[in-house]
Design a protein around this ligand. Structure first.
Ligand code: PMP
Length: 461
């Protein structure tokens, strides 16, 4: 499991690098995982060991880890124009063309693109635009945001407040007032025994409506959702969920914000997750797959309804008081354009459907007789395997046993990178995976799962 605790990189890293989402004690005990090279869907560590990264890094490196065309697109653009910004009406041709491409791809006819540099910034931007939208229509009290339990929307203070995960709130006194959470549409954990999927959906919509009435509809600005919850444990919604939710939102003049940071750009087997789940949002946040994470570029695509409000609001000569130094970066825009061109050349959507079905079948095959697998769920190329104490009842393992983390660690030793979200193990590989990759993921998972089952049986974990 150790990358190389003796290495110079590890010593320097340990001394100077404060890591994201990392336990410092575990890091100093085990050493960092030092990745030095990419090879398509695989990464190679300091010692030359190869891993298939079945999480595409952080659900983002959709074209794998060393795509040469993206490097060349960046290099060419650096030589031409290495920086310009988007304040005070400035632009560059790459950003202008990309803004058009994104409006076309997302189907936001008549809309526009606002550029940012991360998913968190994109989500915060949607919140500001929602506030501005309501204020411009004489409804400045509509400010609260409804998110969901188990949602992930980013790490900045507002994005973190919209997360429905305790670990994003605990040390920081979050969520901020006015950021509230409704039920997670989890078919496996939140749907009641004996409840049909349709009954579950109407209970979720009913709960949402009760929350809106309790808080006061004139205080609520927007509802934010990932089409398929990613970091909260890979949770696709029940059929008809967004249709039911959007009926409630429309009734109370509440905007629908679509966080496509993970689901966008083919991940769910459509260009955008909203198509997969039947959502018709007012704004969409895009990041990660937009550049296959080869450049920190992200965006919000807004519908004409929002646009009109922003433009009307600023008619008096005021400006939209929001923006980031590195947004609309020409190099990021060039890399995004090349990424999207490659997706189109690879016909990525049908590919994801086909290879995603194979991955699903393989995961089903490997997990079907496991005494510790309770649920396999997902769509496209995002799947979760939930580990449980008793599959017949769904009884979870005691959290302190950290069974999911243990399986992920064993998988890592076997050359497979997966992610444990509590006891759900996530698979979200680069979109370019092929049959051999699926076989490799399956074989390595099988080995890791059998070892974990043995350790569970022996009560060594
Ligand atoms: N939304 C979702 C659904 C995410 O998964 C993430 C990051 N994993 C974010 C937003 C935040 O993106 P970033 O880390 O680029 O700020």
């Amino acid at each position: 499991m150790l990358s190389n605790t003796q290495s110079e990189t590890n010593a320097t890293d340990l001394a100077y690098h404060l890591h994201s989402q990392t336990n410092p004690q575990a890091l100093s005990r085990e050493g960092a995982y030092i990745v030095v090279k990419g090879d398509g869907t695989h990464v190679i560590d300091e010692n030359g060991k190869r891993y298939i990264d079945a999480m595409a890094g952080l659900w983002c490196a959709s074209l794998g880890f060393n795509n040469q065309r993206l490097g060349r697109a960046a290099a060419t653009q650096y030589e031409e124009l290495g920086y310009y910004h988007s304040f005070y009406g400035r632009t560059n041709p790459k950003a202008a063309n990309l803004s058009k491409k994104l409006v076309e791809l997302t189907g936001m006819a008549g809309g526009k693109t606002f550029f940012v540099t991360s998913g968190s910034e994109a989500n915060e931007t949607m919140v500001k635009l929602a506030w501005l939208y309501h204020a411009s229509r004489g409804k400045p009290t509509k400010r609260k945001i409804i998110a969901r339990d188990r949602a992930f929307h980013g790490s900045t203070i507002v994005a973190g407040s919209m997360c429905g995960l305790e670990m994003m709130h605990r040390e920081f006194g979050l969520p901020l007032p006015g950021f509230i959470h409704t039920l997670c549409p989890n078919n496996y954990r939140v749907r009641l025994p004996g409840e049909s999927e349709a009954e579950f959906v109407s209970r979720l919509a009913g709960e949402l409506e009760r929350m809106i009435l309790r808080e006061g509809p004139d205080t609520i600005a927007a509802f934010i959702a990932e089409p398929v919850i990613a970091g909260g444990g890979i949770i696709p919604p029940p059929a008809g969920y967004f249709e039911a939710v959007q009926k409630v939102l429309a009734k109370y003049d509440i905007l629908c914000l679509d966080d496509e940071v993970v689901c966008g750009f083919g991940r769910t087997g459509n260009w955008f997750g909203r198509e997969t789940v039947g959502m018709t949002p007012d704004m969409m946040s895009l990041a990660k797959g937009i550049t296959s994470s080869y450049f920190p570029l992200a965006a919000v695509v807004v519908s004409p309804k929002i646009l009109e409000a922003v433009e009307r609001y600023n008619e008096s000569g005021t400006s939209f008081g929001h923006g980031f130094t590195n947004a609309a970066h020409p190099v990021g825009a060039a890399v995004a354009a090349e990424t999207i061109a490659i997706y189109e050349e690879l016909d990525i959507v049908p590919h994801v459907r086909k290879i995603g079905a194979r991955l699903h079948q393989k995961l089903a095959e490997v997990t079907k007789d496991s005494p510790i697998v309770g649920n396999l769920r997902g769509v496209g190329l995002m799947y979760g395997v939930e580990l449980v104490e008793d599959p017949s009842t769904g009884t979870p393992f005691a959290p302190a046993r950290q069974i999911g983390a243990r399986l992920a660690a064993i998988a890592y030793e076997n050359g497979l990178v997966v992610r444990a979200m509590r006891d759900t193990v996530g698979f979200c590989p680069p979109l370019i995976i092929d049959d051999n990759d699926v076989e490799e993921i399956g074989a390595k998972l099988q080995k890791a799962l059998r070892e974990t089952e043995k350790a569970v049986q022996a009560k060594s974990i």
